[in-house]
Write a protein that binds this ligand. Structure first.
Ligand SMILES: Nc1ncnc2c1ncn2[C@@H]1O[C@H](COP(=O)(O)OP(=O)(O)OP(=O)(O)O)[C@@H](O)[C@H]1O
Length: 464
């Protein structure tokens, strides 16, 4: 792990540093020229590099090597060794991303302090990265319907290639999770998955966000393209990208290189591009809002993600998956789904697709006060959009002002009185309709302060 590459054209110096570091328990590799240095880097990236700026008889100087390392292995800390006369160059190297510099002739303690700090910083960064990777959402895709199996079949085929994929489907249908599935099952799984949210980046910032920036004051600030190097770049809602940025992106896809804003160097990255859209890009092209050439570049392998209404069979499976997830992440009750509730879910319209279902289940679990199966009443009507919302409960000002327990009590009272009236005070029929045992309904009415009195011979009746 603690393997240090020492690059200096002066043999005495590189061997001296090597000996000191070996004594301190590090393992070292030595390079006397830029060619030797590149060969070592290609063989295996070291944990840290000590790099002399002036390299006699070499093709590249220290700054060139630094730029290459920062481009290809940005995680390796580079400590620069500079001669007394070229502190300015050393400072410039820091701006290019070097960790620190030490001046020749150097003091051993100073060298060791710098190296220890650099190692700590890079270990920390590595730990953070691995945490981030753990945090990266797992691409769990649940389903067993023919439409779902068709989708997985297509995704499995494209994971093996490197082709650009265009995922088409309505909002919340699982396009991003499908893109993550491709990434996690491909040979890029250990490299980053970076999302470009085309709709939320302001047009004037999109180039800086994608390509990064470079200036003498702030050095190199890599953009998302560089951050995704080796992995997958996911363009979410690609139709929302401004036309000007579309041309720039097209050029990157054609040339395979780009320049950072304010920079002159050509940057080359190795990426797989996956895009998604909820609208028909052909319409966008016809309306002059999307560049046709970019469409053809991105749409090499089109994959349709079906809406939830085309895979209603998957609803119970998805519900138990989300119940499990909310149990594990929020400690919510692990409730089963009643057959009636499943039937209600399977007849709903789902304009928000799987995301809407997930939100509904979360709400039901938070509001529910039992561990029993989720009932039809709990799921019905509560998540329909306003325009077809004839069954939505409109919360009166009075209810909205109460805490949940009291609001629930007020609602139950109102609801049960309405039902009792509807059934002419017949408690058996009321109990049957509201889905409770007669004795349970009695208890409920009593607890709500609704009085029961003896009624007809055949059945008791109620007075409110
Ligand atoms: N097959 C599936 N199995 C389990 N969870 C899923 C599945 N499909 C989607 N989801 C979940 O549904 C939610 C929405 O999915 P996702 O963000 O991938 O949709 P999207 O199509 O990219 O949405 P948008 O177009 O709005 O960005 C996420 O929480 C995702 O994990």
């Amino acid at each position: 792990m603690s393997d240090i590459l020492i690059v200096d054209d002066e043999r005495d110096i590189r061997e001296l540093i090597g000996d000191i570091l070996e004594d301190e328990g590090y393992s070292t590799r030595l390079a006397g020229s830029s060619d030797e240095c590149m060969a070592e880097l290609n063989a295996a990236p070291p944990a840290l590099m000590i790099l002399d700026i002036w390299l006699k008889d070499s093709q590249m100087d220290g700054i060139d090597i630094l730029k290459t390392v920062k481009r290809d292995n940005p995680g390796i800390p580079v400590v620069i060794i500079s001669g007394h006369g070229n502190i300015e160059i050393a400072v410039a190297a820091i701006k290019q991303g070097a960790y620190d510099f030490i001046e020749k002739p150097f003091n051993i303690d100073q060298l060791l302090v710098v190296i220890r700090r650099a190692m700590e910083a890079s270990n920390l960064r590595r730990e953070n990265q691995s945490l981030k990777r753990v945090e990266q959402k797992a691409a769990v895709m649940i389903g067993d319907s023919p439409a779902f199996r068709g989708l997985i079949g297509q995704l499995d085929k494209v994971t093996r290639s490197n082709g650009r994929v265009m995922l088409t489907g309505p909002s919340g249908s699982g396009k991003e999770v499908a893109a993550r599935y491709i990434h996690q099952n491909s040979n890029r799984a250990d490299a980053p998955f970076v999302v470009v949210n085309c709709a939320s980046i302001e047009p004037e910032r999109i180039e800086a966000v994608l390509f990064g920036r470079e200036s003498t004051e702030r050095g190199i600030e890599p953009g998302l393209l560089e951050q995704a190097n080796g992995g997958v770049l996911y363009f979410d809602e690609v139709a929302d990208m401004p036309l000007g940025s579309q041309s720039k992106l097209l050029r990157v896809l054609v040339d395979q290189t780009f320049q950072r804003l304010g920079g002159t160097d050509k940057v080359r990255v190795d990426l797989r591009v996956i895009s998604s859209t909820g609208c028909d890009l052909k319409d966008e092209i016809a309306a002059g809002r999307f560049r046709e050439e970019l469409f053809h570049r991105l749409n090499v392998v089109p994959v349709q993600v079906p809406p939830l209404t085309e895979r209603r069979e998957d609803l119970p499976l998805l519900v138990s998956h989300f119940v499990e997830e909310f149990h594990n992440t929020q400690g919510l009750a692990k409730r089963a789904l009643s057959d009636e509730a499943a039937a209600v879910l399977q007849t709903m319209s789902w304009p928000g697709n799987v995301r809407q279902l997930r939100n509904l289940i979360e709400r039901v679990l938070i509001l529910g006060d039992s561990d029993g199966p989720i009932s039809a009443a709990e799921v019905s009507g509560s998540d329909r959009p306003a325009d077809e919302g004839e069954e939505r409960v409109v919360l009166s000002g009075v209810l909205a002002a109460l805490p949940l327990r009291e609001a629930r009590e007020a609602f139950e009272k109102e609801y049960l009185l309405t039902q009792i009236n509807r059934f002419g005070g017949n408690i058996s029929r009321t109990a049957q309709f509201v889905g409770m045992e007669r004795s349970a309904l009695h208890r409920k009415l009593k607890s709500l302060g609704i009085g029961a009195k003896a009624g007809s011979k055949s059945d008791e009746s109620i007075s409110a």
